[in-house]
Design a protein around this ligand. Structure first.
Ligand code: C5P
Length: 245
């Protein structure tokens, strides 16, 4: 039997947080990360969850150069937040964050719009990646029946083309964790090839590198539409009651 790999209790990591999006689908008057839940911005909830984890030392936060909201938050004076300029797409914001990380073997990336991330899930991801010596992502198997959609010829409505086998489909969440150098190179190569990169794993996949799926909680939602705010509020309160926050 091989020796178990021990995860050092005090190993410290940096998390890149892309937060330069506008969040058009929220139909709000400000970028969604600045909407509030319980008098705290979504961005604050997310960053507080990350920085209160025992293995997370710093957050590299990518925000828009024209962002007028961040300066008004309490996060502005936090010495554990390194601010960088966000880019046009999420992947540009992530790459901008990776450029300031030089001496860390591993890096985590977490969406600003996922405030319900729990310490247990972060523990699980870090442990699984270190034990397997592989990049990985929090994810969950798809539970609904999945349909491939096509636009109908008659009008603008969408119709079902066919049902997709869901047995090997998973929802990809964040955090996602990879070797810093490999992720940086994978993103740069994908950009040269003109590939569409919607998460870090897509870049790693295109470079032919492995990525493990670490089963995560389904309440780690990405706030995307107005109804998600109420849900996130509920989950945050539930998690605090259950000491998961
Ligand atoms: O829009 P969506 O929810 O997919 O964005 C995911 C995350 O990426 C959000 O935290 C958003 O702020 C961030 N993002 C970014 N730069 C962009 C677009 C999105 O940092 N240009």
């Amino acid at each position: 039997m091989s020796n178990p790999v021990l995860v050092p209790e005090n190993q410290q990591f940096i998390v890149v947080v892309p937060a330069a999006g506008i969040g058009k689908r929220m139909l709000a008057s400000c970028p969604k990360q600045y909407l509030t839940i319980d008098n705290q911005t979504i961005l604050s909830h997310t960053i507080n969850r990350l920085l209160s984890h025992k293995n997370i030392a710093k957050v590299v936060l990518a925000i828009n150069d024209d962002d007028a909201y961040f300066a008004q938050t309490t996060l502005v004076d936090n010495a554990n937040i390194i601010r960088v300029s966000g880019g046009k797409e999420r992947v540009d914001s992530v790459l901008s964050g990776l450029q300031v990380i030089n001496d860390m073997e591993w890096v985590l990336v977490h969406d600003a719009a996922r405030p319900c991330i729990t310490h247990d899930d972060i523990d699980k991801l870090i442990k699984q990646c270190l034990v397997n010596n592989s990049g990985g992502i929090l994810a969950a198997p798809v539970v609904d029946t999945m349909k491939l959609a096509i636009k109908s010829n008659a009008n603008e409505t969408m119709e079902v083309s066919k049902t997709i086998d869901r047995s090997s489909l998973w929802h990809a969440f964040t955090p996602q964790m990879f070797k810093t150098k490999e992720l940086k190179q994978a993103i740069e190569q994908a950009q040269v090839k003109g590939l569409t990169i919607t998460d870090e794993s897509s870049a790693i996949e295109s470079a032919g590198l492995p990525c493990i799926l670490v089963s995560g909680r389904r309440d780690n939602i990405k706030i995307t539409r107005p109804e998600d705010l109420v849900l996130a509020d509920f989950y945050l309160k539930q998690q605090i009651e259950q000491n998961k926050g």
